[in-house]
Design a protein. Structure first.
Length: 314
């Protein structure tokens, strides 16, 4: 990929891009700076707290929390690819990003975004096994199996991102160089390429759409099977089962909804796209710790114990 980037940069007359961002008005940009800086601090602090709590707590050793730990780590990385640059650009007039930096950002967005999709799908499978096959849960969801699932998620994200990046770097860019977005993504770059990008656009939609829709289908089917299997349960059993799934369903809706809006269709309105993109790059990673911590008694209890140990040690 690195060699491809250098060759492509030499072949293109465009050496840097200008990110137009979310707003042009100076007053609005200052408000956005404060707001998104706060959001990013919440993302890092909240998700880091989840990671530390799961790692340090002995009672949070089930596969669900193992996956939650990796989900929180991915959320930190995912937001860190786009948010710092966006926040900095609210305060500067020169909103440029180098060609290599732009492609690296595109790779990071798709790598961590796709990895998150796979981890959310794996978490749905975990809930299916826990509720529908409880007697086989410990034998099916061993730490080794969970580890391979996480590795598979990372590898799947890497393969997807590599395809998206290589498709984009094959294109020549000879101007203009203004990207109507706050980060480098495939569709904004396709519109700037000085060649016909119809075929590449179809492949991009097929690649992203296939992954998003197939994972969403697996998620939906998992919860359909779960709901059907709960028919014979008492109201108490219903409540217990759904309480463990509620957090995950909320996160799935918050993440998959905007992703499907952006990536399963050819892009026509970049202004709408970048507004929707805020949800899955900033809002969802910020809400994930709140959703899981506030709706989960075990996580809240583990956090209180962690805090009391820290205060006690001081």
């Amino acid at each position: 990929i690195a060699t491809q980037l250098i060759n492509m940069e030499n072949a293109s007359s465009v050496k840097e891009f200008i990110l137009l961002g979310l707003a042009e008005n100076q007053a609005v940009q200052k408000i956005c700076f404060v707001m998104f800086l706060f959001f990013y601090m919440v993302i890092v602090a909240g998700n880091l707290l989840i990671v530390i709590t799961v790692i340090s707590s002995q009672c949070l050793n089930s596969p669900m929390y193992f996956f939650l730990c990796y989900l929180s780590f991915v959320d930190i990385c995912y937001s860190s690819v786009t948010a710092p640059k966006m926040i900095a650009n609210f305060l500067v007039e020169n909103k440029t990003i180098s060609f290599v930096g732009c492609i690296a950002q595109l790779f990071g967005v798709h790598f961590f975004g796709c990895t998150e999709i796979f981890i959310l799908t794996v978490m749905a499978y975990d809930r299916y096994v826990a509720i529908c096959r409880p007697l086989h849960y410990t034998t099916l969801m061993t730490r080794r199996v969970c580890g391979w699932m996480v590795i598979g998620s990372w590898v799947g994200g890497f393969v997807h991102s590599t395809v998206q990046t290589l498709l984009t770097t094959q294109l020549p860019f000879c101007g203009p160089n203004k990207i109507d977005h706050y980060f480098c993504d495939v569709y904004p770059l396709l519109q700037l390429a000085c060649t016909n990008t119809y075929a590449v656009g179809i492949i991009v939609v097929a690649n992203s759409g296939m992954i998003t829709l197939s994972c969403f289908f697996i998620l939906v089917m998992s919860y359909v099977v779960i709901l059907v299997s709960l028919k014979s349960q008492t109201s108490k059993g219903w409540h217990k089962a759904l309480s463990t799934c509620g957090s995950h369903i909320t996160v799935v809706i918050l993440f998959f909804g905007p992703c499907m809006f952006i990536y399963i269709r050819p892009s026509g309105n970049l202004s709408a796209d970048k507004s929707v993109a805020v949800f899955y790059t900033v809002i969802t990673p910020m809400l994930n710790p709140l959703v899981y911590a506030l709706r989960n008694k075990e996580v809240k209890s583990a956090m209180r114990k962690l805090w009391s140990r820290k205060v006690g040690s001081e």
